[in-house]
Design a protein around this ligand. Structure first.
Ligand SMILES: [Zn+2]
Length: 397
């Protein structure tokens, strides 16, 4: 909608400015003596313009579709962004868990090393005590003790505990408890390491998932950008062509050989019984649009008569139009002395090109075609093809 509005502004604005820049009869080779040639030329240009309008309508439909697709992609992208966020949070949780497990494993290993040091020391003390205590005793006990490869090997030989003293049994019990603690820590570490591997596997999965999501979004963004580039290129081309045809029309318009002098004086109000001006000539909308005429409207104005503001010849009727663009269905009357009037956004044209009209004759019906937000007549007065304020000597409001 916005683009269409801007486009309408552009066309109206350009029409006025190009016409203003056109010197009269400046050897452009377009001034011709015969009205027939002129009307052939106008008909050709009108056909070209109609064709371009049709193309522009199709392109606009494509642009609308592209915009819809883009909105759809953006919604998908937002959803994927949410998923990426989610995955990243899960990755953060897993990373914390892995850090915690690693520090638990390191702590257990430190405790194991400490306990093993204590066991070694106590075992050595125990061996020395046993050696001293049983030196004179049963040699089989000594042989058993010193024949063992390690403390645990020694403990396996269960019968030996029956033959050693009570206080030595306490040392053995303490050593056994330390051994059990070491065993427990080792089992805990094994379990932690298994957890760690699971967490790291999950983490890798999540990271792959995240990377896939990111590249998917990047692909989509690229697709969207490519689509947009294509449509914009198409639209720019069509806009360029429309502008060219519009300029050609303006050239014809400006060089139209007006017959005689303007003798119409103050013109007749173009919409009888509808005196309200809803938009005046000149800059409007915060200087974004140069309004090349005045808008006349009122209650139930749709379908009301539009009359010729003065005697003249119809030099242009434009039947086909693109809704939302330009003047819509319009006509131009030449009044002599290079003074002409334009009637825009009509619903119906009642005269044809080349026809002579008289002041007050019904020539069209009020409508809302082209760039129009509601039923009204856009009325222009041009001098030498340049739009002037109709209220400046032509119309009395
Ligand atoms: Zn207007």
């Amino acid at each position: 909608m916005y683009n269409r509005v801007r486009k309408g502004v552009l066309l109206l604005l350009c029409a006025a400015m190009v016409a203003a820049a056109m010197p009269q009869g400046s050897g452009m080779g377009v001034q011709q003596s015969y009205a027939d040639d002129k009307s052939d030329q106008l008909a050709d240009l009108n056909n070209q313009y109609d064709e371009l309008e049709q193309q522009q309508k199709e392109i606009q439909a494509q642009i609308d579709q592209a915009k819809n697709e883009k909105d759809k992609y953006l919604a998908q992208k937002n959803q994927l962004d949410g998923q990426i966020n989610n995955t990243q949070q899960q990755i953060n949780v897993l990373t914390n868990r892995i850090d915690l497990l690693n520090s638990m494993i390191a702590e257990n290993e430190r405790k194991i090393a400490e306990l093993e040091g204590i066991i070694d020391k106590n075992y050595e003390v125990f061996r020395q005590r046993v050696r001293a205590s049983y030196m004179a005793g049963d040699s089989s006990t000594i042989n058993l003790l010193f024949g063992a490869d390690s403390f645990s090997d020694f403990l396996m030989k269960a019968d030996i505990t029956a033959r050693i003293a009570e206080n030595d049994r306490e040392i053995i019990a303490a050593l056994e408890a330390d051994m059990a603690a070491v065993q427990q820590l080792r089992e805990q570490n094994e379990a932690d390491k298994a957890d760690l591997q699971t967490s790291q596997g999950e983490l890798n999965d999540k990271k792959n998932q995240l990377n896939n999501q990111v590249s998917q979004i990047q692909d989509q963004i690229q697709d969207i950008s490519e689509l947009q580039r294509q449509y914009e290129a198409n639209k720019a081309e069509i806009d360029q062509m429309m502008l060219r045809v519009q300029n050609e029309i303006n050239l014809i318009y400006a060089s139209y050989e007006s017959v005689g002098e303007y003798t119409g004086g103050i013109m007749t109000w173009p919409v009888p019984n509808y005196p309200n001006i809803t938009s005046y000539f000149g800059w409007r909308f915060n200087n974004t649009d140069y309004h090349t005429g005045i808008d006349i409207s009122g209650a139930n104005v749709y379908g009301q008569n539009i009359v010729a503001a003065a005697d003249g010849v119809v030099i242009k009727t434009q039947q086909t139009y693109t809704q939302g663009v330009g003047y819509g269905r319009y006509l131009i009357i030449d009044h002599g002395g290079n003074v002409s009037t334009l009637y825009g956004h009509t619903s119906q044209l009642l005269v044809s090109e080349g026809e002579h009209v008289t002041r007050g004759q019904v020539i069209a019906k009020v409508g809302s075609t082209g760039w129009s937000t509601g039923p009204h007549l856009h009325f222009e007065v041009r001098e030498n093809g340049k739009a002037v304020n109709p209220l400046n000597g032509y119309l009395r409001s």
